[in-house]
Design a protein. Sequence first.
Lengths: 305, 84
Amino acid sequence: MYDLIIAGGGPAGVAAGVYAARKKMKTLVVTDSFGGQSLVSADIQNWIGTKNISGFELAQNLEGHLRAQEGIEILNDKVVEVFKSEGGSFRVGVKGGKNFETKAFLICSGSRRRRLGIPGEDRLDGKGVAFCSTCDAPIFSGKMVAVVGGGNAGLEAAVDLLPYATKIYLLEKMGFLRGDAVTEERLRADSKINIMTEVESVEVMGDNFVSGLKYRDLKTGEEKNLSVEGLFVEIGSVPNSDFVKDLVELNKFGEIVADPRTQASSVSGIWAVGDVSDGLYKQNNIAAGDAVKAVLNIQEYLNKF
Amino acid sequence: MIEKKVLIYTTPTCVYCKMSKDFFAKNGVAYEEKNVVADEAARKEMVDKSHQLGVPVIDIGGEIIVGFNREELEKALGLGGAGR
């Protein structure tokens, strides 16, 4: 029987693991990767205490910090199911087939990329439809591309593409961009960028590779085509809460409802932290801090278990 | 032991390329690397082999793997989970 099982290896999962180890809780961290969604960031400039760091390096630091803790167990796997057991504990099942009993369960499973859900997107995935601009931007050297999404992720994808693409269309549904003003100013100053607001993607065109994007002008209702060979999708994320959807309360976005004072979910013995929870802001620093808050609350819970 | 020729197509900024190379290093797998940003012929070769535009593309004795997938790499290299 574990005191605590932590699902996830992003900033939240690692922060929780470090604190749990220092409190000498019998802890198992289940994760198939470290670093969370920032893993693919080229340069993180707001991780407090570090001027700048790549997502890859941050992931390595997080993993190193967790592995340095005495007594912590780490399983390279993924939690796929959770059941209530007799006596107030939980049975946690992982993809590899094993089951573990725990008194407390902390969900730090983060979120995954949202897809457009339009025709052509799945069929042309990897064939011009791309989800990692830091990885794949250079391959679109000399080509015209579109970025869908006017939040920070979309703006940063456009920045990644600037040195390579000949033309970048940045499409946003709303009437304005929603990212950092610093990045927006940089993009607006570049003649390669064409910012298109109040437009909606309709279909990804192409036979073997992407050849265009059909979109709708939301002001006129008119459908038009962009001739592009690349399409970078940056329209936010979906919480990884599927494995507890029948157990804990979720909000309409699928995020786990958590008490902001303690991160406790609707079920006693289960906590949720970071992007999978209904916290207002999705940030590495917040995820780490909220995880610490949860572990301190879990300690009080275990004392009374 | 591993006798298959291993070739990886990369971009310098791609974290999954780094993770793949880390995996090779940890498992003592010798590999050749082609940077598809600097080398246009390599980019064309990569697209022809994988019919897609994402990195990394890994060619293990003719078997093509797209992206970093530990299990697939272990299987293709015959490592049997030793790297975990």
